[in-house]
Design a protein around this ligand. Structure first.
Ligand code: GLA
Length: 395
């Protein structure tokens, strides 16, 4: 009965909501979610359109067996290609071959394991994978998601024609809000309309770049829309003033464990995402990951930097050749410091007291997992494409 009322309300509310100006919708209170960057897993980077309900169930189980849930990974998100057609009343259905048990049963399975459940749609008529999009069905789709128990929506930007991004995302944010269910809203319009300037109260995270490509720095000619990891770093880094609790810059999902980078490069990828307070959405086959991948995704000391309650995005404070020093302020006056070597040779990288801290401090090496003495600066020989990462806590 409650759902029926919600459903009627959704339709009655459509007209007045549309009459509101975009600015009025945008100025509504934020939903209060994602006070730290969202953590979880998404099917796209590893499975693309070959996703199905068994993969999602196996992943949910593996999140527990591997310790990922206990390390903070929470959302299990199905990306594109779960959709079937719309039914006679316009409601979206699941692909009957790939998801024969339906989305509600899958959400229940995920919830029963103490995890949260996410799904994907698109602001255009069709998704990037050619499935039905939500344009013209925003309130109806939001209602379906709420009925199924969806906790997270990734909302893409393919096939949107001349739609205005601010209007389209505000409309779906309002539709989610009207359901009364707390749903994290992940905006995926690739930074085209500069969402960091206007989306603080619309989405909880917004993509700042095109799709990540599983490579350190090499571009793949066959995938010219996609960017090697470092390109996304360089696009996302300058946007640090716009991130904060409830609204994060998103340089795309993790590729750790997918095979296109070395262990050192994946460690850098993960460390840079943590320094940038980026969402940590794993994108590998976690039911079959090796020990090296596990040791990266489950590095709780690096995760703690990403999840620090202060919610300030770190940034590059110095750069010389391929050697960089990054600093991220943490709660309690501490700082995370990253020494990053982009070069092809080992390099000695130094963070000076001016860049880090002048007084007495406790230093922790987050990859070697040991305490060090603070000697007024931080110095390490860093392997090619690798990092050394520390926290410096004033005594
Ligand atoms: C876009 C998004 C990706 C993924 C695919 C799905 O490219 O940026 O993250 O969701 O669509 O088709």
């Amino acid at each position: 009965m409650r759902l029926l009322l919600l459903w009627l309300a959704a339709f009655t509310l459509t007209a007045p909501a549309l009459a509101e100006t975009t600015q009025e919708i945008v100025n509504k209170a934020p939903n209060g979610l994602a006070q730290t960057p969202p953590m979880g897993w998404n099917s796209w980077n590893r499975f693309a359109c070959s996703v199905n309900e068994k993969i999602i169930r196996d992943t949910a189980d593996a999140m527990i067996a591997s310790g990922m849930r206990d390390a903070g990974y929470q959302y299990v998100v199905i990306d594109d290609c779960w959709h079937g057609p719309r039914d006679a009343n316009g409601f979206i259905t699941a692909d009957p071959q790939k998801f024969p048990s339906g989305i509600k049963a899958l959400a229940d399975y995920v919830h029963a394991r103490g995890l949260k459940f996410g799904i994907y749609s698109d602001a255009g008529r069709f998704t990037c994978g050619g499935r039905p999009g939500s344009q013209g069905h925003e309130y109806q789709d939001a209602l379906s998601y709420a009925r199924w128990g969806v906790d997270y929506l990734k909302y893409d930007w393919c096939n949107t024609g001349d739609r205005n991004a601010q209007e389209a995302y505000a409309l779906m944010a309002d539709a989610l809000h009207q359901t009364g269910r707390p749903i994290v809203f992940s905006m995926c319009e690739w930074g085209t309309a500069k969402p960091w300037l206007w989306a603080k109260n619309v989405g909880n995270l917004w993509r700042t770049t095109g799709d990540i490509w599983d490579s350190f720095s090499a571009k793949d000619k066959a995938h010219d829309w996609a960017h090697p990891m470092l390109e996304n770093v360089d696009s996302n880094e300058p946007l640090w003033p716009h991130a904060g609790p409830g609204h994060w810059n998103d340089p795309d999902m993790l590729e750790v464990g997918n095979g296109g980078m070395t262990i050192a490069e994946y460690r850098s990828h993960f460390s840079l995402w943590a320094m940038m307070a980026a969402p940590l959405i794993a994108g590998n086959d976690i039911a079959r990951m090796d020990a090296a991948t596990r040791s990266i995704l489950l590095n709780k000391e690096v995760i703690a930097v990403d999840q620090d309650a202060l919610g300030v995005q770190g940034r590059r404070v110095s750069q010389a050749g391929g050697q960089e020093v990054w600093v991220k302020p943490l709660s309690g006056g501490a700082k995370a410091v990253l020494l990053f070597n982009r070069g092809d040779q080992p390099a000695t990288i130094l963070a000076s007291a001016d860049e880090v801290w002048r007084k007495k401090a406790k230093v922790r090496d987050l990859w070697a997992h040991r305490d060090l003495r603070w000697s007024g600066s931080l110095k390490a020989i860093v392997e090619p494409h690798g990092v050394a990462m520390f926290t410096v806590t004033p005594l």
